[in-house]
Ligand binder design. Sequence first.
Ligand SMILES: Cc1cc2nc3c(=O)[nH]c(=O)nc-3n(C[C@H](O)[C@H](O)[C@H](O)COP(=O)(O)OP(=O)(O)OC[C@H]3O[C@@H](n4cnc5c(N)ncnc54)[C@H](O)[C@@H]3O)c2cc1C
Length: 544
Amino acid sequence: MNAAIEETHEVLNQVPPLDGYDAYGADPWLRAAVRRAGAEWIDNAAHALGTYVGSPEAQHHATLANRYTPELYTHDRTGARIDTVEFHPSYHVLMNRALSAGLHSLAWKREAGGFSGRAALFYVWNQLEQGTSCPVTMTFASVPMFDQAPDLARTWRSRVLADAYDPRPAPVSQKAGATIGMAMTEKQGGSDLRAVQTVATRDGGTWRLTGHKWFCSAPMSDGFFTLARGEEGVSCFFIPRSLPDGTRNPFLLQRLKDKVGNRSNASSEVEFRDTAAWPVGEPGRGIATLINMAHHTRFDIVVAVASMMRAALNQALHHAHHRSAFGKRLVEHPLMANVLADLALEAEAATLLAFRLARAFDHAKSDPAERELQRALTPVAKYWLCKRMTATAVEAMECLGGNGYVEEGALARLFREAPLNGIWEGSANVICLDALRALARSPEAFAALEKEVAEARDAKLDERMRAVRACLADPATAETRARWILESLALAIQGALMRRHADAAAAEAFVSSRIGNSGGRAFGALESTAAELAALVQRARLET
Ligand SMILES: Cc1cc2nc3c(=O)[nH]c(=O)nc-3n(C[C@H](O)[C@H](O)[C@H](O)COP(=O)(O)OP(=O)(O)OC[C@H]3O[C@@H](n4cnc5c(N)ncnc54)[C@H](O)[C@@H]3O)c2cc1C
């Protein structure tokens, strides 16, 4: 071969893939969060899952599942309706791994630390692939819904809690495990569910639903919680996709959404036509009934987003340690160190917040203050972490330069996934208004947040809480300032958690840049010295 041609094929200064590591074992923040929660019982499972998540094999499955996206088959060869979605085999491999690890079930099986231990697994998983997280989360969040429908619980609960993936379309009694979805959003509105148009009519012991749902993710799930308008108003119902006699319940998939991201997961539009359904909870109180499920999916979103921030940071750190420009590695340039350090503060504070929330869920049954904290903090954390996720993904992508913007890299998928969690299960404004209502209903909820902040003994944080209290006291301004209120609450709690659990320099940089007047609106404007920035970057690195 011609020597000149050979030279152009020598690859220089490109970064090796970040793989071959244990995403749990290598992450000191995550291990510390698990220890703090007393959930070390998860260690073995978390190391096993973390090693899988860090493996080239798993990462290849994630790539394939997102490149070869699900396909809808509405009819078979003879014209009969089948309403089936086919996935790439890699999607099934990942679903199988996620469900057999108990990502959907562990929190409900373990009395002490179940939410925290399971959150550790979910945090690890979301660094790999998020299209599988949607059915996992909905199945996880469906469990308390069955408590409101004891007849359904008898058949479904054990199948939902089984750590098995069984994608066959079959009656639940014949399945090794079942997954659950939720279908609320209609064409005319998703936030304002009072506008639901689907109609429910009584048919002996069951009901028949006729109408449509404009978004219905994971449509191959075995059953769905949904809303329909009956005699008493909007009520909650459960729809099994297969009926006990083995026939398929009418569940007419119209098309799949062509989504920006989350592409391995199918999201459909569906029509119900005399679809058999069973009532759940009190008739006419369907929205209140479903809030229980939404509360748990919102919790999961918090954990998932903290994990995705960690994943974005890991890619940025890895790249900056390997890639050189202007004579030294990117990480050695003080301005790049500032960007990386700032991203690290964001991801660490997000992780602390997610696991503090998990701990509140763990203790909610036995401790009223933790119950209040869990109620108030869930929408606050969901709002703020989702807002920060998009900024984090964009900045991390930029750390990789042009390589960040190509589909072969991990950041492109994270970038496209980033806005989704802010939209579903309550878009930002709706979440803010929900949080205000919760705070207005229960003075104990605000007191629980105040107590959490006060434990850090930080004057700046206390002052911000006083300003929030004053703003909440005036209902005329509270709604218009709801985003500021939630942002302030999230930052104050994150600041307090950083003060109590992070290294002192990291906590100081976080509080002064997020609550004080230093720092900037973009990442990378911390006022720390070059040496301090280098230390912040160093402590954020995975221990591979
Ligand atoms: C990928 C994906 C998957 C999804 N999967 C599902 C699913 O499986 N099941 C399901 O039921 N839904 C699903 N959804 C739908 C999602 O939950 C809704 O899109 C969401 O609830 C918002 O509803 P909407 O789209 O009707 O927007 P709208 O309700 O029209 O809201 C539009 C905007 O107005 C704001 N807004 C609304 N009310 C107020 C107010 N009072 N004050 C100020 N601002 C307000 C909202 O915050 C939002 O920003 C999915 C969505 C996506 C993108």
